[in-house]
Design a protein around this ligand. Sequence first.
Ligand SMILES: [Zn+2]
Ligand SMILES: [Zn+2]
Length: 341
Amino acid sequence: MNGVVLVGDRKLEIRRFDDPKPDRGQVVVRMRASGLCGSDLRPYRSTPEELANRANTICGHEPCGEVVETGHGVSDVSVGDRVMVHHYSGCGQCVHCETGWTQLCIEGSTVYGSGAHGGNADYELVESYMCVPMPDALTFEEGAAIACGTGTAYQALKRLAISGLDTLAVFGQGPVGLSATFYGAVMGARVIAVDPVPERRELAAKLGAAETIDPTSADSIEAVRELTGGVGADASLDATGIDEVRQNTVRSTRIWGRACFVGEGGTVSLAPTPDVIHRQLTLHGSWTFSTHTLKELANFTVNRGLPLSDLITHRFALADAKEAFELFDTATTGKPVFVWD
Ligand SMILES: [Zn+2]
Ligand SMILES: [Zn+2]
């Protein structure tokens, strides 16, 4: 089979690998859609030295496809099942694994797509418990989106307890931020979407943002306050991981408001007293989702007939991985996905 390997300095290679065979408790998933996520750009932009610990590992952590082979002892999924892959494995026994949060495993977890082969390949070998069966009405592309970026946004909105009472400011309109805009609006919030790229602000408006802000032409804190009668957003979410944007996220939130950091990496400079304590702020961190969240979100999306596919702006064959990453690297798109016929 073919698989995509990131080799550093914005280069990748499509390499040949042996087709995987399932061991006890494992299954082989034939890939039907595999999404690109903002967090793929960090390794893509890394140096070859920084990628040394993942040499020859297939990238991709939004896998979605069909189970084509099961190993001994597998009873939770069957050949032919349509599944999203929760891209982590753990001990399977601890308090976090038991609740579907294997990424929090006390014994340490493996992240598929960096610590083990990921989804940007014709087939992926995974533990059976990583497979989350999905409703027939959900497309493979939508399943791929839910399997990381969209699931991450949904879980963060739940942490923020978003409702129709809220004005929600979402900083960064990449696939995670766009998903937060989309589901935030579905949950009833008035969404203010912030992004410097016009294409992404347009997408945000299409996906449900009531207002958009260009932070290069207006002070985003002031702009959010102006749109909220001088008060600030009830809830806010950072999907960029950029220090200054994280500050803006916190400072554009109202007194007694809730803020959530989702974008990873980097650092942040906040002054606890004026920024958090004296503003009675609740500051959350939210990292991805459990297997149960994936199932819940798939059902939520299908039961309401939500047009999640509007988030997906580009489709590529795996053979065109170079073009896919180069386009995504421009930070102007919604979600690109690899698709197989
Ligand atoms: Zn565990
Ligand atoms: Zn991701």
